[in-house]
Ligand binder design. Structure first.
Ligand code: TXA
Ligand code: MG
Length: 319
């Protein structure tokens, strides 16, 4: 594998060609890094599952460069979903819609629905455009981590997660630290109203404002299969303890205003909720790098992004 640190248009063209030739390209997005493959190439997509160690019935998100690519992948877009796409793309939101014949079983895990997202990171956008110039129609990409592990938000984390599983001609694009830091909001748009399947930076309130009606949170009741819905996920090797007693030698993570308990090892002190989300996954990784056995975390309160953070923390803490 090759890592490209200063992504120029030239190097991104090379990456697009690598994708078209069937290789894998890890790329930055504003949420987390993705492990990209040509969504029309079954063999490449199969390699993504292999590298991630992910069960094949878990679907992949198809990444497209703009809303105009949507029609190739879906057969029906409700008005409210179109409004969401117009308002929040490019951005940290994935829409689940009824698939067109292009979205094969090997992308959707055999479901009749496909997940689509237009990411906003400039390197991702350029990669998708160059890929489309070569005749590609979408990049199927999960987060670039091993199944069940913490999503990578830096190129170093990508290398640590999957570097040893990649082959010679696979490429990794560095785009700096991901700005949002946690995965996109997933919204099931296959019914009469939107249902949030995975909370993220696009909050329930934002969805409701755009759609003009109540969006159901249907996380537990949904029949849609989403791997982030497994109870345990996003887990570091260290044990994660939430809002509990902190012992000396524990790693400790909380908002800056909360003092470090005696003897604990402070891993981060975010000032805003956005910063909390942005650094959360590197903090979990840092604890493992330091060989800590436990991380004591004080969850942020409030709505919006805090809900998404608590969702990930709950899963990181589940065993
Ligand atoms: O922010 C993100 O969404 C990142 C970046 C790389 O775009 N991607 C990401 O992919 O988090 P992944 O595969 O790690 O998580 C995507 C989730 C999975 O839980 C998957 O099951 C769900 O989206 N998903 C994808 N397509 C789906 C579909 N057709 N129906 C239901 N769930 C779907
Ligand atoms: Mg993932």
């Amino acid at each position: 594998m090759e890592i490209i640190f200063n992504c120029t248009q030239q190097s991104i063209k090379k990456a697009a060609k690598a994708l078209k030739d069937g290789h894998l390209v890890a790329f930055p997005t504003e949420t987390v890094y993705g492990l990209g493959s040509d969504a029309s190439n079954q063999t490449s997509v199969a390699r993504v599952y292999e590298v991630k160690g992910r069960p094949t019935d878990h679907p992949l998100i198809v990444h497209i460069s703009s809303i105009s690519q949507l029609d190739s992948w879906v057969v029906e877009v409700p008005e409210y979903a179109l409004n969401l796409a117009r308002n929040f793309w490019p951005g940290p939101m994935t829409l689940i819609l009824k698939r067109s014949p292009l979205a094969k079983d090997y992308i959707t895990g055999g479901q009749n629905l496909v997940g689509l997202r237009v990411p906003s990171h400039p390197t991702a956008i350029m990669l998708m455009k160059e890929f489309e110039n070569l005749g590609g129609i979408g990049i199927a990409a999960p987060s670039a981590n091993r199944f069940g592990a913490v999503s990578p938000t830096t190129i170093d984390a990508v290398v640590a997660e999957i570097g040893s599983y990649l082959s010679d001609k696979d490429l990794l694009l560095d785009g700096g630290a991901s700005e949002v830091g946690i995965e996109s909001t997933i919204i099931d748009c296959s019914g009469v109203s939107p249902k949030i399947l995975r909370p993220g930076a696009i909050s329930k309130e934002m969805v409701e404002e755009v759609c003009g009606f109540f969006s159901q949170d249907n996380i537990s009741g949904s029949k849609v299969k989403t791997s982030g819905l497994l109870i345990s996920h996003y887990s570091p090797a260290a044990e994660v303890v939430l809002d509990g007693k902190t012992s000396p030698e524990d790693g400790f993570f909380a908002m800056a205003e909360i003092q470090t308990p005696t003897g604990a090892i402070r891993l981060g002190a975010p000032v805003t909720i956005e910063e909390y989300a942005r650094i959360l996954y590197s903090v979990l990784r840092l604890a493992d790098q330091k060989g800590l056995k436990r991380i004591s975390i004080i969850q942020p309160s409030g709505n919006g992004l805090a809900i998404a953070i608590r969702d990930r923390l709950g899963k990181a803490a589940a065993r």
